[in-house]
Ligand binder design. Sequence first.
Ligand SMILES: [Zn+2]
Length: 562
Amino acid sequence: MKNKLLFLPVLLLLLAPAGLRAQAGSLIPVKIYISSHDDVYKFKGLGVGVEELRNGYIEARVFEAKYKELQALGWKVEKVMPVPGDEKIVTAYHNYSWLTAKLDSVHAGYPLITRKISIGQTVEGREMWAFLVTDHPDSAENEAEIRFAATIHGNEPVGTELCIAMIDSLTQAYGSVPEIADLVNNREIWFLPLYNPDGNALGNVNNARYNAFGIDLNRNFPVPDGSAGDDGTYDIEPENQNFIGWTSANHFVLGCMYHGGALVANYHWDYSDSLSNDLPDHHLIREVSLGYARLNNPMYNETSDYNYDGQSDSGVVFGYYWYPVLGSLQDWSYHTSAAIDLTLEIGYSKWPNASNLPNYWSDNRQSMLFLIRQAGLGIQGLVTDSATGLPLDFARVEVAGIDKPVYTDSIGDYHRMLLSGNYDLTFSKAGYFPKTVTGVRVNYDSLTSLDVALARDLGVAGGEPSELIWQKDRLLNNVPNPFRVQTAIDYQVLSPGMVSLRIYNAAGQLVKTLDEGNQIPGTHSIKWDGRDDSGHAVSNGVYVYRLQAGGVKQTGKMIVLR
Ligand SMILES: [Zn+2]
């Protein structure tokens, strides 16, 4: 949990009549099919709250009696059935060495659909284990990557058990449950079950929250606005450096980190109250958070504690409105890698008695499956070189109106969740002509595939089509190019450090210093409005931009054409 005093609400919750909560918990999620849009106005009179309008149906939650009443009235109503599978019973907490042995044993049992790696070592030299469940775990495929992580606060270990239980559930049901096999075959499902093993090794004490240097790892990430985290430093702890390096090499679509001490799905931003302006995917992010909460009855029914200024309901909350945090993992994740990353607070007790673990598992299992499913929906495809057919890594995929590009992975695949709608997508990469595809229909709850081939632009410098793995700081491209009003120059840095990005005219004179100073790791998109350092619009022509970072100098060319 975010380290905050919530004694009063917790007390009130404990005093809440048990019957009220039990009754609320018996609501059944249903789909009610509609024949025309006008039907949505009928539900108010039927006493049914419309939670979501989908393609041809609404989502709602009703009691059994209402479900039968709707059927009797002739509505086609379906209960949203849980995905079947092994209902695993979890009864004890895994410490670091037990977790290590457990992951080894699952891999030994299911070598064809699992892989265990270390993303690096902690301060005290423990490995940070990451565990992958997918078909063909040793090769990259055109599949969306999702990541579950837990116990960044060492004294909040329930999420570790959820990760282990889901690993067991997926592997054991793979051969017999088609829904599970479909997810395993078409997603790359990563788990980072024990983020802070050093803290966790101290047991159920307050200090276990921190890493071995006494730092709160969830206050130590680079803040999107470049300021220092709540820990007051720009030094990134070894655990977070490992995570940043690993995440930079895997384009996660969706992730979450489990916490304890509260009961709410907390979403970006934590650092800023700028919601719609500065959080391009705000509606989508809220929708994904709601999706998790809706399938977790205790979370969905919990509203009282977080309902500040009407900014929270149905078990979800916009982070900053709950309380501001600088340096959280979720903010870093979305800002630099475009991964939607939720902070999931799954219970009021940080370290509940192990006998309660089966309840946590049953409260969260369907929600976890929801995240896995959702990560692979929206739009995906391959970006290739039109002449060679080779995949293009780190090609930029931008959705018009949503200022948050995603990039292709090592085999040229991209994945992006979107709310239902028609979108214009622009694909680009340095050294290639950009291509825009207009009017692409994308649905939140299904998958659109769109492959794109880009043609080499031999007149523009900078393409590296054969380089498949990003290992150093680099300049990507600028879009659009040529440009009239504004262009965005993208670059990536792997570790924190000094960066400068400058623009020169064809005569080699400095025109504009766009970015200079300490930069945080990740992908950055710097906009240039075609004005020089004194604010005057530059004349038409060719300009060179130069990135200097980590001892590497790279240049690209662009054209101003008004
Ligand atoms: Zn926490």
